[in-house]
Design a protein around this ligand. Sequence first.
Ligand SMILES: Nc1ncnc2c1ncn2[C@@H]1O[C@H](COP(=O)(O)OP(=O)(O)OP(=O)(O)O)[C@@H](O)[C@H]1O
Ligand SMILES: [Mg+2]
Length: 265
Amino acid sequence: MVLQLEDVSLKRDGKWILQNINWQVHPRENWVLLGLNGSGKTAILNLLNAFYFPTKGNVTVLGMEFGKTYLGEKLRKQIGFVSSSLQEKIHAGDNAFEVVLSGAFASIGLYEQPTNEIRDKAIGLLEELGCLKYANQNYETLSQGEKQRVLIARALMADPSLLILDEPTNGLDFIAREKLLDSIENIARHPDSPTMIYVTHHVDEILPVFNKTLLLKAGQVFASGDTKKMLADDQLTQFFEQPVHVYWQNGRPILTRMQEEFGKI
Ligand SMILES: Nc1ncnc2c1ncn2[C@@H]1O[C@H](COP(=O)(O)OP(=O)(O)OP(=O)(O)O)[C@@H](O)[C@H]1O
Ligand SMILES: [Mg+2]
């Protein structure tokens, strides 16, 4: 089991953010987390990273059960995390190469001397993600799409068992987004690829490698299972409480509104 949430509830500042979440992720599965704004997606990711502790229930990630084992750094070294909140934390003045190198130490900023092996690995990942040409450029000056690629390379430095991508295509133009999706697909097709969890608002970004989907609604699991079943018309119509239609093109879903019948949003 890669991770298991058993009856997990989370209360923050007197408010229940997550309630009775049950979720199991097995090896060779890649999951999409889908839910409206405020449904609790980021809260779940914060639980997986041990930034939050469950108010009720059990969380086990990569064999480590919260409360039983010391987590924090040990856990985070095995989890690659890419999010726009991470982008803001990168130290001003670090170049793309240094940002990627820091991934080997699960640190923000480079405090240790990287070995030649680590440097070679960083160069390999920069190349794989198409960022070698701006390796020496100051991270702050990179475009949004370039930054996201660098963060993915950084996340892969420690050979994570779990790779979490929280809205990685935010702010990307069409071409940059498709290129990034290609890179994600390539990572997923590696024989020793990490298990991936992908959070998005855009259904059409769901690549065929994401074979499982969790639909999260108001802090609760609305449904979870095979992506094809979760993205069926009736399922999503109930989920969004609006008539919608999904059609598939090149293995990717496209979500549309049933215009005439669409209720007042
Ligand atoms: N510390 C906190 N105190 C009170 N409420 C919180 C706290 N953190 C999050 N929330 C609330 O919990 C809910 C879930 O937040 P979360 O950030 O997980 O949503 P999300 O699904 O990631 O949404 P989005 O798609 O907008 O990123 C929101 O209503 C948010 O306001
Ligand atoms: Mg969020």
